[in-house]
Write a protein that binds this ligand. Structure first.
Ligand SMILES: *Cc1c(COP(=O)(O)O)cnc(C)c1O
Length: 377
């Protein structure tokens, strides 16, 4: 095989040369591994979804899928009580997040008003947000969360002061319930945030099915608010990559204009539609996950962990004794994979996805063993 010749660096845009790519959680192939690192659902999709998807595996593969995911848009609109023109389906909600940055935010170069080139988000939250802003050449404004990961104070007079909420950022991305903390925000808090923000506000509800409240009403009430949902986590469909957003038809149209023509693959559309045919199956799973979450929270608290009360399918914990990174390693040696972020402020914590009852049992068993055998600080 001929070796590629060295490429002059100058062929790649300087902005791209300097980018740090998003780091997804690992997907290792280790036999018997208990995978609690990427917030996947421990339960499989509904049998109906698997049947519908298998039935779609045929000669239709040679055809392009529906370019607007029309049937799915209509079903989602009916589900949320809005018009199909208020729904956009994407190749996972990650795609729709990228579209929102491109549609609503100016690149910093050549933009005379800083706020128009600013992507605002809470810190810590979904680590993809700053990456998307960087790819676009936009400014970022990270607003620190308060004690116990609470929303910071947002007042009508909030100015662009360092660390404060920017009222007029072009795009504000709010993970709610929050990740990686797992903490939920109330609709009253979110309503207040939306009323005090002039740019586009995205409420990223990736985990909302495990929460007490959802904020879909805000997307239907305020023209500048979009609610993002995904089939990945709660609906056990990460593999198929389907997410969507709901909001004002003019914002949806803007996203529609810049997306790839066939952005959602055909099997994904089929699987998502079949998912909506069996919502009771998923609601039972949400209950099981929430029950396991509460049990794991209680048990780890009793073992000396500090656990943030969660409204998601994961918990964010500060383990006792050795540093979080060595817990990550010891758990991995016992074939349990959790997530640790090498990020200042949260590097003393682990994010643990809620697994099946058996997986939770095994995790607790290993944690007890480690507490017995490891030196304590
Ligand atoms: C997982 C996740 C997403 C991405 O979901 P996909 O639909 O799989 O792209 C978006 N936002 C948050 C906060 C997430 O945790």
């Amino acid at each position: 095989m001929p070796r590629p010749q060295p490429l002059p660096r100058s062929l790649v845009r300087p902005l791209v040369q300097g980018l740090h790519a998003y780091v997804p959680g690992e997907q290792p192939r280790i036999r018997g591994l208990i995978k609690l690192n990427t917030n996947e659902n421990p339960y499989p999709p509904s049998p109906r979804v698997l049947r519908a998807t298998r039935a779609a595996v045929d000669g239709r593969f040679r055809l392009y899928p529906n370019p607007t995911s029309q049937a799915l848009r209509e079903r989602l609109a009916a589900l949320h009580g809005c018009d199909p023109s208020q729904v956009l389906v994407g190749n996972g909600s990650d795609e729709v997040l990228a579209l929102a940055v491109r549609a609503f935010v100016e690149p910093e170069a050549g933009c005379s008003k800083a706020s128009r080139a600013t992507v605002q988000y809470l810190d810590p939250s979904y680590s993809l947000y700053p990456v998307l802003a960087a790819i676009h050449g936009a400014r970022t404004h990270a607003v620190p969360l308060g004690p116990d990961f609470a929303l910071p104070a947002i007042t009508a007079s909030t100015r662009t002061k360092r660390g404060g909420w920017m009222k007029d950022a072009a795009l504000s991305l709010v993970t709610t319930p929050n990740a990686p903390s797992g903490r939920g925000f109330t609709n009253a808090e979110l309503d207040h945030l939306c009323r005090n923000t002039r740019g586009v506000v995205v409420l990223d509800e990736a985990y909302v099915d495990f929460a007490r409240e959802h904020a879909m009403d805000l997307a239907l009430k305020y023209p500048h608010v979009l609610v993002f949902r995904t089939f990945s986590k709660a609906y056990s469909l990460c593999f198929q990559r389907v997410g969507y957003c709901v909001g004002h038809p003019e914002l949806i149209e803007a996203l529609d204009r810049i997306r790839d023509s066939y952005n959602v693959n055909g099997l994904g559309q089929v699987a998502a539609l079949a998912t909506l045919d069996d919502l009771p199956y998923y609601r039972r799973n949400f209950k099981r996950v929430v029950t396991s979450r509460e049990r794991l929270t209680r048990s780890l608290t009793d073992l000396g962990f500090s656990v943030v009360p969660s409204q998601t399918n994961f918990i964010f914990v500060r383990p006792p004794g050795p540093p979080a990174e060595s817990w990550l390693k010891s758990l991995r040696e016992n074939r349990i994979l959790v997530r640790w972020f090498r990020t200042p402020g949260i590097s003393d914590r682990l994010r643990i996805t809620i697994g099946s009852d058996k997986e939770v049992d095994r995790l607790l068993q290993v944690v007890r063993k480690l507490l017995r055998t490891r030196p304590q600080r």
